[in-house]
Design a protein around this ligand. Sequence first.
Ligand SMILES: CC(C)(COP(=O)(O)OP(=O)(O)OC[C@H]1O[C@@H](n2cnc3c(N)ncnc32)[C@H](O)[C@@H]1OP(=O)(O)O)[C@@H](O)C(=O)NCCC(=O)NCCS
Length: 242
Amino acid sequence: MTTDVVIVGVGGMGREVYRVICLLNTPEPDQPRWRVLGFVDDYPTEPDVALVHRLGVPFLGSTRRLGGLPPSTRVALGVGRPRLRRETAEAIARYGLPAATVIHPDAEIGADCVVGAGLFAAGGARVTTNVVLGRHVHLNQNCTVGHDAVLGDYVSVNPLAAVSGHCRLADGVMVGTTAAVLPRLAVGRDAVVGAGACVTRDVPAGVVVTGVPARPTPPSVPDARPVVMAAHGRQDEVDHPA
Ligand SMILES: CC(C)(COP(=O)(O)OP(=O)(O)OC[C@H]1O[C@@H](n2cnc3c(N)ncnc32)[C@H](O)[C@@H]1OP(=O)(O)O)[C@@H](O)C(=O)NCCC(=O)NCCS
């Protein structure tokens, strides 16, 4: 059966999601698993839209285009940053479209794992046994998640990062590229583990840690994300031609 899907986000993550969907379609080109209707994005950049067109896929416009699609149409969130992914999911919830779960053929999710809707697992992601993944979790290339770990909603584990057994990552946590979280540790809501860090103690909510061993790092510049949130608040004023 072929399922229609729209990818939210024309940036790199959205286009990576598209690539995995193409791979999933490859074994049965006559009866593809997914039919990509196009990309939507409320704040696209011209270069990203050009790259989408280069892939031969339509850019449909803003997320308002999700309104009016058949209710069976799935939505794949190609938004890398956990907080922005959460905001995006909340903003499009009014359209009531189900989330697409996209798992690369070379990703491995243990049969006894619990997987929330909207999982994106890139090539080489490995999740072993008795792991719980919340909604819209992103597991990037070649990351690992060990036994009995629990990852909340909108968690991102970036390329080559290792989340050890029995870890608990709360909603919105980002584990940076090549970072490690040692066994049985807890990382609080919306915390960020910097690239290359080694987490040896629990991390409180909202804190950025870097280094080996990982220690809290004050933000170097004022966080730009509230601007994005404000922009989402104005999204009814912003639209893009189809
Ligand atoms: C930790 C992090 C969140 C900090 O972001 P930021 O606040 O924008 O930090 P900046 O880039 O402005 O750097 C601020 C300082 O921290 C240092 N720094 C940045 N990231 C660091 C890291 N991961 N480890 C150690 N030091 C780091 C910088 O060298 C800089 O130091 P300086 O002031 O002495 O020059 C970010 O650098 C990071 O590691 N993000 C993970 C990204 C990732 O995994 N992306 C993969 C996508 S697939």
